[in-house]
Design a protein around this ligand. Structure first.
Ligand code: GLU
Length: 420
């Protein structure tokens, strides 16, 4: 049987490296300098047993890749998904390294994951899996070493179990070891919707300051998990028209716009957006190809590939998922005159508020929500301006420009330390 992870993910890491080479060429960065970014600093792969509810033991595979710590402790989420594999986690940890550098927060990059589908397990099994994973990686993480956070199919409750396991082993409180925690355990106000808010700030800024986004843009959002749901909520609260959304069971469309508030209530009660009254049922693939102004992929990687890229009609693609557009698709979209705002800029609001959470934990002093949002908006807008400046200067696309901003910052840190 084919390896599921390979068919779903393709060669994410190779593609990420190709993007880096391209950025290097455009900005004339010496090829030898990029060497330091071609491999992760440390890869940890673990296999651990967990007792299931029926008393049987099952083995799980987990990963933690710490890509670069040139700019600070490594940072990045942990995902639970059946397609998790080393290639994917390596690519995601590289993107975290770039993401933290694009928004100029003092972190390197990391990513972790466990290969399983949490939907097939009870809450108590998920708790035991989460705790066991931490027991296997705890020596390699820490508030000044590597700081995990939520990612696909992980949430504040899972972060709470992981924190508790870490603190039990260490024998003292250490809230700064993990971010995206529940508020009562040292989480930050605003963290839950910060990824979406960061992307929304960028969209709003672009609308007000560039001519890329038309008046009353129509918007389609793929994915209705934490990121897609809050993105739809925030944009509709700001008066934007969301015409389509989807989740793993399918999508819905209404050309006059969706009532997002009631849709969230349905998602909470029925577990899906499908069947929402007054809407037409569409597939996830159809959603991507809708004739809208802005497309916001907020689910998984490799959604727009060379197979469907030429069918994409949206003029602007805001990547709220990590890696939703493949390397080949990116070229096709660019040729067709589309503007792709890359993940390492568009979805950096999550890790930015993770950084704020960590700062609050280390100081033991907590901020009001408005302060978090004010600081988040500043970080996102100044990162957008930095990237936009490079788009103009190098006459290139936003992804290449964001890579150049990030790579230059990382290489400068490496050089100052004498490792380059
Ligand atoms: N998983 C999120 C991301 O991909 C957040 C990471 C973090 O907060 O460390 O950006």
């Amino acid at each position: 049987m084919a390896d599921v992870s390979e068919t779903v993910n393709g060669n994410l890491f190779d593609n990420a490296m190709e993007d880096m080479e391209k950025a290097g060429e455009v900005a004339n960065i010496p090829v030898e300098s990029l060497e330091v970014l071609r491999k992760p600093k440390r890869i940890l792969q673990v296999t651990f047993p967990v007792k299931m509810d029926d008393g049987k033991i099952k083995y799980f595979e987990g990963y933690r890749v710490q890509y670069s710590d040139a700019r600070g402790p490594t940072k990045g989420g942990i995902r639970f998904h059946p397609a998790v594999c080393l290639d994917e986690i390596k690519a995601l940890s590289f993107w975290m390294t770039l993401k933290c550098a694009v928004v100029d927060i003092p972190y390197g990059g990391a990513k972790g994951g466990i290969t399983f589908n949490p939907k097939d397990h009870s809450l108590s099994e998920i708790e035991r899996i989460s705790r066991s994973y931490i027991r296997y990686i705890h020596k390699f993480i820490g508030p000044r070493i590597d700081i995990p956070a939520p990612d696909v199919y992980t949430n504040p409750q899972i972060m709470a179990w992981m924190l508790d396991e870490y603190e039990k082993i260490e024998g003292h409180h250490a809230p700064g070891v993990i971010t995206g925690k529940p508020i009562d355990l040292g989480g930050s106000l605003g963290r839950e919707y910060s990824t979406s808010m960061g992307g929304a700030y960028i969209l709003k800024y672009m609308k007000e300051n560039t001519d890329i986004i038309p008046d009353n843009p129509s918007i389609a959002v793929q994915g209705f998990g934490n990121v897609g749901l809050h993105m739809s909520r925030i944009l509709s609260e700001w008066g934007y028209k969301i015409v389509a959304v989807s989740d793993s069971r399918g999508g819905i469309y209404s050309k006059d716009g969706l009532d997002i508030k009631n849709l969230i209530a349905q998602k909470e009660s029925k577990g899906t957006v499908v069947g929402f009254s007054g809407t037409e049922k569409i597939t996830n693939e159809e959603l991507l190809e809708l004739d809208v102004d802005v497309l916001i992929p907020s689910a998984l990687e490799n959604q727009i590939t060379k197979h469907n890229a030429s069918n994409i009609k949206a003029r602007i693609i805001l990547e709220m998922a990590n890696g939703p557009v493949s390397f080949e698709a990116d070229k096709i979209l660019h040729k067709a005159g589309k503007t792709v705002i890359p993940d390492i800029l568009a979805n950096a609001g999550g890790v930015t508020v993770s950084y704020f959470e960590w700062v609050q934990n280390l100081n033991g002093f907590y901020w009001i929500e408005d302060e978090v949002l004010f600081k988040l908006e500043n970080v996102m807008i100044s990162a957008f301006k930095d990237v936009y400046g490079h788009v103009e200067r190098f006459k290139t696309d936003y992804r290449t420009a964001a890579y150049i901003v990030a790579i230059n910052r990382i290489l400068s840190a490496e050089q100052l330390k004498g490792s380059l």
